[in-house]
Design a protein around this ligand. Structure first.
Ligand SMILES: Nc1ncnc2c1ncn2[C@@H]1O[C@H](COP(=O)(O)OP(=O)(O)OP(=O)(O)O)[C@@H](O)[C@H]1O
Length: 295
């Protein structure tokens, strides 16, 4: 299957500090992929590399088989809704659509107008007069009407209330299904990603900790609880994610493709939030995670 995003040894340095390092990723086509991680993990850096707004310090990145920003044809295939869903406050919705038509060769004006009408938005209204949720919907409309093959969104719902978030994500899912659109979406709200994503990338402290199809990740990660045990004694096919101990008891989160038969363990499944938090627990204790979990 084609990769919408393929990174090999990808890294980006600001001054002497790596914002992203040793990133190997292969995000397949046809997914709504979630990029999750705490503040400062490198999500925006990775997305800006994917849309060609940054160039790598190390390694390679290919988006839809080409170097991001390598020419007009490549740029036309990728839509980008940047952080805080930027729009021009002094321009009306209709003017935004006209600008979109001028700037994008594949612009689908009927789709844009229809979507604005379905949202009940007045085309004559200036973007500066819209609510945060309406502005986000306008930015999403501009991204979809470009008719890209991949739509990249950087924390598009962070500032929205739960209802506006739900409406926005619903619109995104409908567009992805209707227009065979691949989506790469960052958020630190695990519950939002859980609702819309079927592929997940966990980024912590500038490194990809785990990536894969959500169903497969959930099927291969387990929490083991039982009598205290040295993690070094786990079978070699059980990859340890996190370990914690009391005086008598050990709790491990492991990743394994194999069934777990050891009768000493009580085995429980993880939900997506548990899984993300387990990988975040691997980070150094010097900086605390600020990942939000909202229901
Ligand atoms: N232009 C820049 N100059 C210097 N350092 C930067 C710059 N942009 C980002 N960084 C640093 O790179 C690291 C990764 O930042 P990035 O914005 O990619 O993280 P993020 O995961 O998107 O965070 P957030 O969730 O807060 O948006 C951070 O330590 C940040 O301070």
């Amino acid at each position: 299957m084609t990769a919408v995003l393929r990174a090999e040894g990808l890294g980006k340095k600001y001054g002497s500090r790596w914002a992203l390092s040793d990133c190997d990723l292969d995000v397949p086509d046809g997914h709504v992929a979630g990029l999750v991680g705490p503040n400062g993990a490198g999500k925006t850096t990775l997305l800006n590399l994917a849309v060609g707004q940054l160039t790598p310090t190390a390694g390679h990145i290919r988006v839809l088989g080409e170097r991001p920003g390598s020419g007009p044809a490549q740029l036309a295939k990728v839509g980008f809704v940047a952080q805080d869903t930027p729009t021009y406050p002094g321009l009306t919705i209709a003017e935004h659509l006209r600008l979109g038509a001028r700037l994008n060769p594949g612009w689908d004006d009927a789709l844009a107008r229809d979507r604005i009408a379905r949202l009940g938005l007045d085309p004559g209204r200036k973007a500066g007069r819209l609510s945060g949720g309406q502005r986000a919907q306008l930015a999403l409309t501009l991204g979809i009407a470009k008719r890209p093959r991949l739509l990249v969104l950087d924390e598009p719902v962070a500032a929205l209330d739960p209802l506006a978030r739900r409406e926005f994500l619903q619109g995104l899912m409908e567009a992805a299904a209707e227009h065979q659109l691949s989506v790469l979406l960052s958020s630190h709200l695990v519950s939002d990603l859980e609702r819309v994503c079927d592929y997940l990338v966990v980024l912590v402290d500038s490194r990809v900790r785990v990536a894969g199809e959500v169903d497969h990740l959930l099927a291969t990660h387990h929490r083991l609880t039982g009598p205290r045990r040295d993690p070094g004694r786990l079978p070699s096919d059980q990859h340890l994610v996190t370990a914690s101990h009391t005086e008598r008891q050990s709790t491990f989160v492991v990743r394994t493709e194999a069934a777990i038969h050891d009768p000493a363990w009580t085995v429980t499944r993880l939900n997506l939030e548990d899984l993300v938090l387990a990988y975040m627990d691997q980070r150094t204790e010097t900086r605390r995670p600020t990942l939000e979990v909202q229901r």
